[in-house]
Design a protein around this ligand. Structure first.
Ligand code: FAD
Length: 337
């Protein structure tokens, strides 16, 4: 059953966020031959709109307005509902980010549509609606639910849908006016999007590779070892709560039940015991590698590959080998030196 689908994308530093490409790919699979429209909102949208136009959509709409600057769920939800109405879309796909999750509720309520977030798989779709899968009970179970009705809203989980390869021919880009926003909608402040301390690499929840450290690192300065490993892999750096509670790293690094959920292609846990509260935040990772000196550490129960040993020997050796294989210069040495 063909349907019009609206894929909403966020931008980061003037570029399309990876989550926007994933939303576009999911929208394509749901459209079944219908039109897939990409939507970017905010200000200075030329860069992200251009990138979205090559991400497998049929056209891109840019909704430019100062009121849409920053991430505020209610103004964005009003803009998204207006764009969905203008394009006769029956499904809105939101990005797999914390903001996408927040938007799902706001768009669903404004648009009077069933909404869900954290979708890892589109299981099926028919004239009645769309069946999706999402993790439940902290990742220990998978919930399947069917969203039915003439309008459906879903937000993805990061790294669950492979983005489409870049299109050779860009889709057309058109501006669309932002709706009139009531004072009540505009009154809200952006919530929870204060700039997080940078890990110096890709954003933790979006990264394809995450290298996380735990109390086994023994002291904050030893995180430098992990950061070297992360740099050699192009990975984001994460941490256990023992580390963030001790103030070795800011809480924005924390992975787990009370931290961030990540689902990268590769998760490397270094000196992390594998408490259940940590596991629920990273168990959906495609491949898990654990380095721990205790062969009975629970992390090995979820690891695909385990290295039992002293991280202070293993991590530098691993970093040097990765650098060698990838042809990267050693830190402080110029290539070929
Ligand atoms: C309500 C609640 C919510 C929580 N939320 C979270 C959460 O979101 N995220 C989270 O991570 N935790 C969370 N926790 C805490 C969790 O229970 C654990 O206490 C925490 O994850 C432990 O962190 P860790 O693995 O770094 O430290 P530890 O458990 O102390 O483990 C350190 C590991 O390092 C290994 N090690 C030591 N030296 C070396 C070495 N030289 N080489 C290699 N390995 C070495 C040890 O064998 C050990 O396995 C929560 C707890 C509660 C009660």
């Amino acid at each position: 059953m063909s349907r019009g689908v609206l894929a909403v994308a966020e931008s980061v530093d003037g570029h399309l966020a990876a989550s926007g490409r994933e939303a576009a790919a999911a929208a394509r699979s749901l459209s079944e031959g219908g039109t897939v429209t990409g939507l970017v909102l905010g200000t200075a949208l030329a860069g992200p709109a251009g990138e979205l136009s090559r991400a497998g959509v049929d056209r891109v709409l840019t909704m430019e307005a100062p009121a849409l600057e920053g991430r505020r769920a209610l103004p964005w939800a009003a803009g998204i509902a207006a764009a969905a109405a203008a394009t006769s879309a029956s499904v809105v796909v939101l990005p797999g980010t914390a903001f996408g999750r927040e938007l799902a509720g706001a768009v669903g309520s404004l648009w009077d549509a069933p909404a869900t977030a954290g979708v890892t798989e589109i299981v099926g779709s028919d004239a009645e609606g769309i069946e999706v899968a999402r993790p439940a009970f902290g990742g220990r179970a998978t919930q399947r639910l069917k969203l039915t009705g003439p309008r459906i809203v879903l937000a993805l989980r990061a790294n669950s849908v492979p983005p489409a390869p870049p299109a050779a021919v860009p889709a057309p880009i058109e501006p669309i006016p932002a709706p009139e926003l009531a004072a009540g909608i505009l009154a809200g402040e952006p919530v929870g999007f204060a700039a997080a301390a940078s890990t110096g690499g890709p954003e933790l929840t979006q990264a394809a590779i995450v290298v996380s450290g735990g109390r086994g690192l023994k002291a904050p300065e030893n995180f430098a070892l992990l950061e070297e490993l992360a740099r050699s892999l192009g990975a984001a750096v994460g941490a256990s709560r023992a580390v963030t509670d001790a103030g070795w790293k800011p809480s924005s690094y924390q992975v787990g039940q009370t931290g961030k959920s990540v689902a990268p292609q590769l998760y490397v846990a270094v000196g992390i015991s594998g408490a259940i509260q940590h596991l629920v935040g990273m168990m959906s990772s495609r491949v898990i590698v654990a380095i721990n000196s205790d062969p009975n550490a629970p992390i090995f129960r979820v690891a695909d590959f385990g290295i039992v040993g002293d991280l202070f020997q293993i991590v530098p050796a691993l970093t040097a080998e990765i650098r060698r294989v990838r042809g990267l210069a050693e830190p402080g040495r110029s290539p070929g030196a």
